[in-house]
Structures are given as C-alpha cells and as structure tokens.
Ligand binder design. Structure first.
Ligand SMILES: Cc1cc2nc3c(=O)[nH]c(=O)nc-3n(C[C@H](O)[C@H](O)[C@H](O)COP(=O)(O)OP(=O)(O)OC[C@H]3O[C@@H](n4cnc5c(N)ncnc54)[C@H](O)[C@@H]3O)c2cc1C
Length: 423
C-alpha cells in the first residue's frame, strides 16, 4: 500500500480529525489511520472555548456543533456549600465572535468524522490500523501498522503527524526514557445523568476544592427527552494516592469518592442525588507530561495530547489540539509539506502549548476556588466581598485566558501562535 504524496495522520481523535479537515481545506492530501476497529462516540463532556470554535467556524462546523452541543452562557464558581464566589459570561455572551460549547466528546468526534467522510471520502479513514512506529527519510516517511489479527502494513507518505493521544507510540519512539504520564495527585470520577436544567440552563460550574473534593458540572445535550431534561456531565476531583488504572473508559466505584460529596445539597442543585443516580461512572487520573523541547524529527511530528498532554483544569486539551491542526495546515500550505513546514509549526506551538501545560498545573481558572478555600478554610462566608474582590478573581481568570490564547482582546486582534492564539 503506497500513498507517497499524502500526509499520514495517526489517530482519529479530536486532533487527527481536525487536522484532516484543515489539510483538506489547504488542498493537501491526507489519510487517517486509527487503531480502534470502529470509531465509537466515547468519553463524556468537553468544553470548546472561543479560540477553538473560531477554527471550527472557519471549517464551517458551527451550525452542526450548535445542533448537538449546549451553547455555554456562563462560567460560575461556588464553594462546597453552594455559595456563589464568582461568575462571568462565556463565549458570545462575553462578546466573543464565536460561542463556547459544552459538548459530549462523542458528539464532537461524530461531527468531525462526518465532515471528514463527506469532504475527503470514506477511503480517507482506515480503522483497525495500529501504528507501531515510523521512520523519516529525506523525501518522506515510512510507517508500520498492524491490524487486530497481527497482519502488518507498511505505508509511505510525505509526512506523518502523530495524533495518537496521551500514550503516543511515536512520542515514545523519540523520547523512550520519558516514562508514563505524570500523576498530578488528583484522581477524577466522571459521569452523566439526565436532569432538569439548573442555573441558566447553560452554566459551567466549578465548586469546592481538591483537598476535600471539587466538582465540575455542566450540561452537554439539550432536550434529551419529552420532559425537557438535559444530559448533565459531572466530574468529581479529589487529591488521592495514584490509582492503578489509566484507561479513559475505566469504570469507577461510587464508594471511592461519594463520601466527599454526600452533604452537597445546594438550593440550586442536589449534587449528591445527581451523583448517586448516575448510571455509569468512569475513573481517570489527572495526568500530564513535562513540555518537550521539540516534536518534529524530519518529516514526523506530534500533535494534540501526543505532543502536550495537560491536566484538564482549563478546558484546553481538545482546544489546543484544534489550534495545532490549524497552525500546521497553514504552514504546510505556505511552505509545502516539508521539514521546514513541520519545523515552523514546532517553533511556534511547542512554546505556546508548553506554557498552557505549566499554567494548568500552577494557575488554571479553578485557582479561584483555591484562593477562597484557603482564606475561609472551606467554611461558609458571610459576604464574598469580604473574602476577595471580583476584580482579583477576574484577574485570575484573565491571566489564564492570556496564556491559553483566548483572552477577548487577543482574539479580537487575532494574535500570534506565540500567545497560544489561533492564527
Ligand atoms: C476514548 C477516549 C475518551 C476520552 N474522554 C474524554 C473526556 O470525557 N473528557 C475529556 O476532557 N477528554 C477526553 N478524552 C481526551 C480528549 O479527547 C483529548 O484530551 C483531546 O481531545 C485531544 O485530542 P487528541 O486527538 O490529541 O487525542 P485523543 O482524543 O485521545 O485521540 C487519540 C486517538 O488516537 C488513537 N490511537 C492511539 N494509539 C494509536 C496508534 N498506535 N495507532 C493509531 N491510532 C491510535 C486513539 O484510539 C484515539 O482515537 C478522551 C480520549 C479518548 C481516546
């Protein structure tokens, strides 16, 4: 099997599918090789912030996404007693040109996959092709794949982009001594439930703090039944010893985390009842990796979680993969599919995303919760103004937006990749 002019994309996740669309738009041939025998809509909730949705808007996908997602209205922070700490509008409600979406990962992947199948053709996505490794030579790349039965395939291409996620085999090939993803000290349990709308009906809520338990809660599908219920996504996060499992689909046990939230009965949402009534619970450790010095080796490069896995505390994992895809396709359009294009991508995006990885560790938006927790020792407050001013809390949120490239002013000016922004 030989496709020597094509870009080989390894992995049909959010990054790989977006890259196929941005390359196709730039007139560059590509083909995706996915390890899974079938692309199933796995995962739970993801938030897409305006820097990512502006890329998806340029790909003409906003209507398709709006039809399946919740258009987020606000981001709101509460303590473990359900008292409001801080809230700010989101997406178009905050003046951005493009919306913020809260969406099921499977719905996002399906919208991207359908667009790839329609625009590029069904023969551009090969499933049951697990990449085993790749080598670059002066003119292109050669990659090895295997299917479930063990049959192996060699594929030649003009370049290879590894979009194979947090356990990337290509990353391991270039960094064999790096070790497993680094545990942050926080374990996560995730689930979904059909429930009536709460707050604005499109609020992204963060509550509590990691020491005693933090929750992230937001709706990801509207009108899932005749009663007007939504599909609500929740994530419980607690500082805990490192768990043995590291599988996005690994099952979690209620007893391991529920006690931390058993008394969370807010007047605007009964969190404890919501958790208890959820059917499936998934457990996944919060992991990332130290930023790498480079991703590009000849005509092979990394993208998305393969390049910059980050702890999910700033809604930027999928978003930065989408920005990578846009930036890489633009460099290939300008410079041809070449080592120079891949190096230009490397120079800009390694630094931009490395800053986001470190910011997610140090000062993501939920630092707002930490500040209040530390000042109140987790107790109720009389007036939030006596604990912290809105200006102080807003500055924490704004600092993160600047580093991650979605501050309103930066997006209006459409800055450079060095600031993490889409270009
Ligand atoms: C099953 C699954 C569920 C997830 N659920 C959530 C969630 O609920 N919330 C959240 O915030 N994030 C979730 N994520 C992670 C999230 O999708 C990523 O953090 C982000 O979107 C960046 O996307 P990515 O394309 O870089 O990686 P991913 O979306 O992880 O995609 C990587 C793709 O590469 C494929 N792959 C892996 N190894 C190989 C190989 N050797 N050869 C070929 N293909 C390979 C994988 O099957 C997958 O399709 C999930 C990821 C997966 C794979």
């Amino acid at each position: 099997m030989q496709h020597s002019n094509e870009v080989i994309i390894v992995g049909a996740g959010i990054g790989g599918l977006t890259l196929a669309l941005t390359l196709h738009k730039a007139g560059i041939a590509c083909r995706i090789f996915e390890a899974a025998p079938e692309i199933k809509p796995l995962g739970v909730g993801i938030n897409l912030l305006p820097h990512a949705t502006s890329v998806l808007a340029e790909l003409g996908l906003i209507d398709a996404l709006a039809a399946v997602a919740v258009t987020t209205q606000e981001s709101a922070f509460f303590n473990r007693h359900g008292q409001l700490i801080y809230r700010e509008p989101a997406g178009r409600f905050a003046g951005y040109e493009q919306p913020q979406f809260s969406i099921h990962r499977g719905d996002l992947q399906t919208v991207l996959l359908n667009a790839v199948l329609e625009r590029l053709g069904a023969d551009r996505v090969l499933t049951d092709r697990r990449c085993l490794g790749a080598t670059a030579n002066g003119q292109g790349v050669s990659a090895e794949f295997a299917d479930r039965t063990g049959v192996s395939y060699r594929v030649d291409g003009a370049a290879l982009v590894a979009c194979d996620g947090v356990h990337s085999v290509i990353r391991k090939q270039f960094y064999p001594d790096e070790g497993a993803p680094r545990y942050s000290g926080v374990n996560m349990w995730r689930g979904t439930i059909k429930a009536p709308p709460f707050l604005t009906g499109a609020s992204m809520v963060r509550a509590g703090w990691l020491t005693h338990g933090k929750m992230v809660i937001y709706p990801i599908r509207n009108n899932v039944d005749d009663a007007g219920n939504q599909l609500v996504n929740w994530v419980a996060e607690i500082e805990a010893p490192q768990p043995a499992k590291r599988d996005w689909n690994g099952a979690g046990r209620l007893a391991d985390f529920f006690p931390a939230f058993a008394d969370w009965h807010f007047d605007w949402l009964d969190v404890a009842a919501m958790i208890e009534s959820s059917e499936a619970i998934y457990e996944y450790p919060m992991v990332d990796q130290d930023p790498l010095p480079r991703w590009t080796f000849g005509r092979i490069t990394l993208l998305g979680d393969a390049a910059h896995p980050m702890v999910p505390r700033g809604s930027n994992g999928a978003g930065q993969a989408i920005l990578d895809a846009q930036y890489l396709a633009q460099r290939c359009a300008e410079l041809g599919v070449s080592e120079a294009a891949l190096m230009a991508y490397d120079h800009a995006r390694v630094k931009a995303t490395g800053d986001v990885v470190l910011m997610n560790r140090k000062a993501p938006p939920d630092r707002i919760l930490q500040v209040i927790y530390e000042r109140t020792q987790g107790e109720r407050f009389e007036r939030i103004e006596d604990v912290a001013s809105a200006a102080e809390l807003s500055e924490i949120a704004n600092q993160y937006k600047r580093v991650a490239g979605f501050h309103l002013d930066d997006l209006k000016n459409r800055g450079t990749a060095e600031s993490g922004a889409a270009v």
